[in-house]
Write a protein that binds this ligand. Structure first.
Ligand code: PLP
Length: 471
């Protein structure tokens, strides 16, 4: 690959110059025109190569999405063959073999009666489609007032107007508008927020009561659904207390509130199973939203899986219930073929079993970072992990107040990149979700670099007089 790269002669500066016409997601407007992002050039397996020929372990797996790893020839073949067979068909009036087959295969494997698949273009549109379907459903049932949604602080559900309004990350709310009348947020069930004198059982009760109290406050007749990620991903890999989802589902059932499990990150093997809702957390929700690992990012696609219970509420004899929502690319045949091939590879290569085997090793190695004084918390599950360096409230390494938490993740990322690892910095956290094919040896390499990157960052902030470890 490196040889291939050298032969291709990437002009890094030229690409970076032109890239300033590309407004990236979460763009900092003051940096438009002066950004110098790492230019990725090639990729293979768990490795990315930048335009200078440096090999980087793809720590975030793209954005928790390149689940089967980069550069699979059989995926490229399946995709290109489909393009030459039929490039596109309108999903309004026609269908295609790949889209029909993929829907069938997903329904067969989905939990409970989630037997109906609505294809979207990504995760945000899957969440958007779920909210619109639920409002449509309640309007049809003659209860138009039942359309309030409850989500969690620190949750992330996407970037459309609806999905961003459901998201609860405060930092993403500056200067943007959101729907606030219909969308409500309850506290994030974060074990780190548990008061020291509270038992685990009491904290679980409190987090579940947050949901029930919000339903009662709004009025059960007005609450349509609860939307939750099994593990809050972009919020910092927050694993809720054991039993949380089951208890929340019980509360939802009590008040006839639907449960939407946003599995955009946690499905397709990230936690060692196709879907995590039932296999890991023991719940069968009413709707599952998915994307990312659905095609392992070879082409964009998302999906919403809907229960028979919801679909059967629409009276066939009465007619007239048209869910006027969908996308030009809903069920795109090329994306569907990529999804089918992705599923075939995952099952054939026993990728879920592999994650169940290496996941605990990955978590164990990550936990070892706790002995670095600047690290305040390490958490995760399966092949999702987070190292948090929280210092400014004094709880981190027990050191002094530090006014640069926002920069810690970026500093660690820069040190790691120099050593051959890309991490995903989120404020004071480094989030990891490598391709699921990663081996134990590769995990060792990744963790060795991560440790060096964190230690180098710590040495910098000590040398700059910004922080010092507790005496
Ligand atoms: N839901 C969750 C849980 C996510 O993590 C994301 C993206 O990170 C989304 C939805 C939005 O997906 P997309 O970026 O594909 O629109």
């Amino acid at each position: 690959t490196v040889q291939k790269l050298r032969n291709r002669l990437y002009d890094t500066e030229e690409i970076q110059r032109k890239d300033n016409r590309f407004l990236h997601p979460w763009e900092l407007m003051e940096e438009v025109g002066s950004n110098k992002r790492t230019v990725t050039a090639e990729a293979e397996g768990i490795y990315l190569y930048d335009s200078e020929g440096n090999r980087l372990i793809d720590g975030p797996g793209g954005m928790w999405c390149v689940n089967i790893g980069h550069g699979r020839q059989e995926m490229a073949d399946a995709i290109s063959q489909q393009i030459m067979r039929i490039t596109y068909n309108s999903p309004w009036s026609t269908t295609s073999g790949p889209a029909a087959e993929f829907a069938h295969q997903l329904a067969k494997r989905a939990p409970g009666d989630l037997n109906n698949v609505f294809f979207t273009t990504g995760g945000s549109t899957a969440v958007d489609a779920a909210v619109r379907l639920i409002q449509f459903y309640n309007n049809y049932l003659g209860r138009p007032e039942k359309k309030h949604f409850i989500a969690r602080e620190k949750g992330y559900h996407g970037s459309t107007y609806i999905s961003s309004s459901l998201s609860g990350k405060i930092r993403d709310k500056d200067f943007l508008d959101f729907e606030t009348d219909l969308f409500h947020h309850i506290p994030c069930p974060d074990p780190l927020d548990k008061p020291a004198d509270m038992s685990d059982a009491d904290y679980l009760d409190k987090t579940v009561a947050d949901l029930e109290n919000m339903i009662l406050e709004i009025g059960p007749d007005k609450v349509a659904a609860f939307v939750a990620e099994p593990i809050l991903a972009s919020g910092g890999v927050i694993v809720p207390p054991t039993g949380y989802h089951k208890r929340c589902l019980e509360v939802c059932r009590k008040y006839d509130v639907l449960y939407v499990s946003d599995e955009v990150v946690t499905s397709f093997g990230r936690l060692g199973h196709l879907f995590a809702s039932e296999d890991v957390f023991g719940i069968v929700p009413d709707i599952i939203t998915t994307a990312k690992g659905l095609t392992s990012a070879y082409v964009p696609m998302g999906a919403m899986l809907v229960s028979d219970r919801i679909i059967s509420a629409f009276d066939k004899d009465k007619g007239g219930a048209m869910y006027a929502n969908g996308y030009t690319y809903s069920g795109h045949p090329v994306a569907a073929v990529a999804g089918m091939k992705n599923l075939e590879i995952m099952e054939r290569d026993k990728i879920f079993e592999h994650v169940r085997e290496v996941g605990p090793y990955f978590q164990e190695k990550l936990q070892e970072m706790r002995d670095i004084p600047i690290v305040s918390d390490v958490r995760g599950m399966g092949l999702m992990g987070c190292v948090e360096c929280l210092i400014s409230d004094g709880s981190g390494g027990g050191g002094e107040v530090l006014a640069m938490d926002y920069d810690i993740g970026n500093r660690i990322d820069a040190h790691c990149q120099k050593r051959g690892l890309l991490v995903r910095p989120i404020i004071n956290m480094c989030v990891m979700s490598p391709p699921l094919t990663i081996t134990k040896d590769q995990i060792d390499d990744m963790m060795a670099i991560l440790r060096e990157g964190i230690e180098a960052t710590m040495a910098d902030v000590i040398a700059e007089g910004l922080w010092r470890p507790a005496a």
